[in-house]
Design a protein around this ligand. Structure first.
Ligand code: AP5
Length: 219
């Protein structure tokens, strides 16, 4: 099963991708995580994208398409994957179609997580993650069971993303509405798009996503 999670920054793509990965044994392909790893490693790619990400703008299509193409070609993706944060432009969506066709793969579902802009800002500003294993948390909505200790690995250090500052979040939301939202009609026309109310609790959203995966979608 090959899926795309589509939605604005903070909609819950990473949160739901993690749950889907655990439930279905799919590989999570987060272009944001890949780019942040490149920045942290100080690689050539990281140096190219650092200032773009800090400004809340989109990284050029050619860089992203090359990066995701190399990743999808790896053997673990053959069993199915969840694209989290890709595609984000029509050029990327068309490149993905070409890539999948070349590999004889298909796209099973595109799941849109719909969330109000005001809620997104609250979610992003409360977000933090475990430095050791990357598990994601939120000051109000998803606290570690034991304060200051990661539920997954027991780590005690946490960090917040550089692009989660209020002014950068605004730029990221604008980029979503201008460059990524046009993908919704693109996938609706292909009959693979399903929309979930992303304002509900994490568990309820997960239930709605599961229901969508088991449903036939109209074309
Ligand atoms: P990326 O890392 O993809 O960030 P994003 O799309 O802005 O999405 P986020 O990771 O911020 O949010 P999310 O939807 O995953 O929400 P999460 O689950 O964490 O991209 C970062 C940057 O990289 C871009 O700005 C761009 O520069 C570059 N980039 C990446 N991909 C690119 C591409 N394809 N092309 C060009 N550039 C690219 O949830 C948020 C918080 O809310 C968490 O704390 C969570 O616990 C909480 N939460 C989740 N669900 C719920 C819920 N239902 N109720 C309450 N709280 C919830």
């Amino acid at each position: 099963m090959n899926l795309i999670l589509l939605g604005p920054p903070g909609a819950g793509k990473g949160t739901q991708a993690q749950l889907l990965k655990d439930r279905h044994g799919l590989v999570q392909l987060s272009t944001g995580d890949m780019l942040r790893a490149a920045v942290a490693a100080g690689s050539e790619l990281g140096r190219q994208v650092k200032s773009i990400m800090e400004a809340g703008a989109l990284v050029p299509d050619d860089i992203i398409i090359r990066m995701i193409g190399e990743r999808i070609a790896q053997p673990d993706c053959a069993a199915g994957f969840i694209l989290d944060g890709f595609p984000r432009t029509t050029v990327q969506a068309e490149a993905l179609d070409k890539l999948l066709a070349e590999k004889g793969m298909k796209l099973d579902r595109v799941i849109e997580l719909e969330v109000d802009d005001a809620a997104l800002v609250a979610r992003i500003s409360g977000r933090f993650s475990c430095t050791a294993c990357g598990a994601g948390y939120h000051d109000s909505y998803k606290k570690p069971a034991k304060p200051g200790v990661c539920d997954v690995c027991g780590g005690t250090k946490f960090n917040r993303r550089d692009d989660d500052k209020a002014e950068t979040v605004k730029a990221r939301l604008e980029a979503y509405h201008r460059q990524t939202a046009p993908l919704l009609p693109y996938y609706k026309a292909r009959g693979v798009l399903g929309t979930v109310d992303g304002m509900a609790s994490i568990e309820k959203v997960a239930g709605a996503v599961e229901k969508l995966l088991n449903s036939g979608l109209s074309s």
